[in-house]
Ligand binder design. Structure first.
Ligand code: ADP
Length: 432
């Protein structure tokens, strides 16, 4: 049983790379916490510091409430599983799984029993006598897991353990890993860049960008109420439509969201209208996931956007139509690099570089402030903002009776819209 706490943890490599930037994070006992973010955002560095393979440059790491600064890796009761797990090729499956027990002097009788239990739990009881070369990829990964859990660690650290496997097997092992760790009750930190993996496996997800923690919450929380524009853009498929909108308050009756060629009206009765009204005369970002949009009849009343289909994508179970509604898209740069180097020359995208760091920490979210130099306006910083018509993703039935060039009307669920200020912070009324 273990808890983990990171307090203001920073890791700066000798070449000056800030891999982890003042991260505060708590992992509860028995929790399955997923660290999610694009490649290079500092996920592995965090795991390696917890395991004791790297030292933080600043801040402290606590295991079960105690600082681990003086604790050698082998004394931390931690097991790690990596993407490129290495099994001992000359040993059988049983030998591989039992090796950590042998090292710590467990007699062969009890060792055999523990190996049998673990192998049974992992569904590899029938291949104990085989060598790693005689196993499938999935079986090898199970052996690696078995070797990690056989010592009954207090804390399990997994670094992209499934990324070398094909997608069918990945989905199968996802379920197995979560079932196994829950059954064992072992606290687990799991690193992935795959948002689907994070949303399906996690008790809570911690989203990182450029070493900075952006949001922490249950999958429902981070998907349903993303704290920043970056989190909104990173989670979900198809990606959330992020549109620039000018805000006008109309006689305290409704708030107009002017998307360019079309407008939406947020009624004053909407609990968020007052918060949005504070941006009267300014621009904000309106986020609409595909599930907030439903095709309707061309002359349907209510909150409707109309546009021409630019292109269609067929996904088998559904099709996606991308609509030109005369709005401007905000495109989020995942890596968190400066916009100047993120925009291709003559690039048409309006990209948001360092703009989306969360600037004002909220008490219920472990999110840090960024240095002044990295504060960039999403909407108004000249030279960093390139315009192009938004292509708004709308879900349709498989192989719909429409084609590119056709016009389409979509009803908008106003209560499902997300709003972000020009720094990329969520505009909200604060309940969660
Ligand atoms: P992730 O696991 O999210 O892909 P990492 O934690 O591996 O990211 O890396 C975070 C950043 O630190 C990256 O910019 C990476 O290039 C850098 N980095 C990782 N390991 C080292 C190292 N040993 N020396 C210098 N830089 C490193």
């Amino acid at each position: 049983m273990s808890t983990v706490a990171l307090k203001d943890v920073t890791k700066i490599w000798p070449d000056g790379t800030v891999a982890v930037d003042k991260v505060d994070l708590e992992v509860r006992d028995g929790e399955f916490l997923v660290l999610l973010g694009p490649s290079g955002c500092g996920k592995s560095t965090i795991l390696r510091m917890i395991a004791g393979l790297e030292d933080p440059t600043a801040g402290s790491i606590l295991l079960n409430g105690e600082s681990v600064a003086e604790l050698a890796p082998r004394d931390r009761q931690i097991a790690m599983v990596f993407q490129d797990f290495a099994l001992y090729p000359h040993m059988t499956v049983a030998g591989n799984i039992g090796f950590p027990l042998k090292l710590s002097g467990v007699e062969s009788g009890p060792r055999g029993e523990r190996i049998g239990d673990v192998a049974a739990a992992l569904g590899i009881g029938d291949v104990l006598a085989r060598k790693p070369t005689q196993l499938s990829g999935g079986q090898r990964q199970r052996v690696a897991m078995g070797r990690a859990i056989v010592r009954r660690p207090g804390l399990f650290l997994m670094d992209e353990p499934l990324s070398n496997l094909d997608s069918g097997l990945r989905a199968e092992l996802r379920t197995e890993i979560t079932a196994l760790t829950r059954e064992l009750g072992v606290t687990t930190m799991y690193v992935t860049h795959d948002q689907a993996e994070a949303l399906t496996m996690a008790d809570r997800v911690a989203i990182l960008r450029g070493g900075v923690l952006q949001d922490v919450g249950t999958p429902t929380e981070v998907y349903g109420r993303p704290a920043t524009l970056y989190v909104a853009a990173f989670l979900g498929s198809p990606r959330m439509n992020l549109l620039e909108a000018s805000v006008y308050v109309h006689l305290d009756r409704y708030v107009v969201l002017d998307l360019g060629e079309q407008v939406l009206y947020l009624p004053w009765s909407d609990i968020r209208a007052r918060a949005i009204a504070r941006y009267h005369g300014e621009r904000i970002v309106v986020g609409m996931r595909a599930e907030a949009l439903t095709p309707v009849a061309p002359d349907a009343p209510g909150d409707v956007l109309r546009g021409r289909i630019r292109y269609l994508e067929h996904h088998g179970h559904e099709s996606l139509a991308f609509l030109d509604i005369g709005a401007t898209a905000i495109v989020v740069d995942e890596a968190g690099k400066g916009v100047a180097d993120a925009v291709p020359s003559g690039g048409a995208l309006s990209r948001v570089g360092g703009a989306l760091q969360r600037l004002a920490g909220r008490s219920d979210r472990a999110v840090r402030e960024r240095p002044e130099a990295q504060r960039v306006s999403v909407l108004s910083d000249p030279g960093r903002h390139h315009r192009r018509p938004a292509e708004v993703a709308v879900r349709l039935a498989p192989y719909p009776a429409v084609s590119p060039g056709h016009s389409l009307a979509v009803g908008v669920r106003m209560d499902a819209l997300h709003f972000f200020d020009e720094r990329g912070d969520r505009i909200d009324v604060g309940w969660r």
